[in-house]
Design a binder for this molecule. Structure first.
Ligand code: CAA
Length: 257
């Protein structure tokens, strides 16, 4: 087992990142973010990248939050710098041009939930527990949850979670739209395989364009966003993928992208 806190496993352009500090339930300290930023610098240059999956090491946790031992004695200036480092790194994860998916395999609290929120979608094991318990520590979420959580689950549910600090199980996380799917813990690997197969069967430029249209469009008014979709749709036809994809359909064979 490597000593890295971000373990990288690359299979045909689908890169699995495992946050690995199992003795601290994968809590996020500044060293974890420094290492994640370095891994992202590599991924950002990869033209063969198809998807990024992110999970936690060990049996109990995805990520149990920011490292409380490191945060406890911070000054306001240090807290601002810590949050800034985390926010910048999670933004880079979020805007990777390919789907970024959280495989939530246990406790997903505080900063852990904020990682899941920076992903395009999340799937959870049926034993996963979610929450933004920061207020019980006398702080508020600092890695994006006050903004990304209401955008994902709506402001009322976000306020419920962020002000009570209550924990919710995987079934409730599914019901409120925090995760897309819930499955037994030992099915997460099979899901990762299934996702790899699905994405590898699709046009890589098309997949990247679909992500870009959704992300960039959400920041625009509807008419501008629909115009963006039209531009990206048209741009697909400048490449080789439509010829292969639609040609394969007409020839009743599988496309080879
Ligand atoms: N930071 C640092 N260490 C942590 C940690 C965290 N967030 N969460 C767990 N650990 C450590 C524990 O201190 C413990 O270490 P020791 O064995 O050395 O004592 C080890 O991980 C195992 O944890 P527990 O013994 O507590 O395990 P448990 O099964 O009894 O409880 C738990 C599990 C409910 C997740 C509990 O550990 C817990 O409540 N953790 C803190 C969760 C939390 O409050 N997260 C939010 C952090 S604040 C944040 O994230 C702010 C932000 O947005 C910037």
């Amino acid at each position: 087992m490597s000593d890295n806190m971000i373990v990288v496993d690359d299979k045909a352009g689908v890169v699995r990142l495992t946050i690995s500090r199992p003795k601290a339930l994968n809590a996020l300290n500044s060293a974890v973010f420094t290492e994640l930023a370095s891994v992202l610098s590599d991924l950002e240059t990869r033209h063969d990248l198809r998807a990024v999956l992110i999970t936690g090491a060990g049996e109990k946790a995805f990520v149990a939050g920011a490292d409380i031992a490191e945060m406890r004695d911070m000054t306001p200036e240090q807290a601002r710098a810590f949050a800034g480092q985390a926010l910048q790194t999670l933004k880079r994860l979020e805007v990777l041009p390919v789907p970024v998916v959280a495989l939530v395999n246990g406790f997903c609290l505080g900063g852990g939930c904020e990682i899941a929120l920076a992903c395009d979608w999340a799937v959870a094991s049926d034993n996963a527990i979610f929450g933004q318990p920061e207020v019980s520590l006398g702080i508020i979420p600092g890695f994006g949850a006050t903004q990304r959580l209401p955008r994902r689950v709506g402001p009322a549910m976000a306020l419920d979670l962020a002000t009570t600090g209550r924990k919710i199980d995987a079934a409730e996380a599914l019901r409120i739209g925090l995760v897309n799917r819930v499955m037994p813990r030992d099915a997460l690997d099979a899901y990762a395989e299934e996702l790899t197969t699905q994405l590898s069967g699709n046009g890589p430029v098309a997949v990247r364009s679909a992500k870009r249209a959704v992300h960039d469009g959400l920041d625009q008014d509807l008419d501008s966003a629909l115009a963006l979709e039209t531009s990206l749709f048209a741009l697909c036809f400048a490449g080789e993928e439509p010829g292969e994809g639609m040609g394969a359909f007409m020839a009743k064979r599988k496309p080879r992208f």
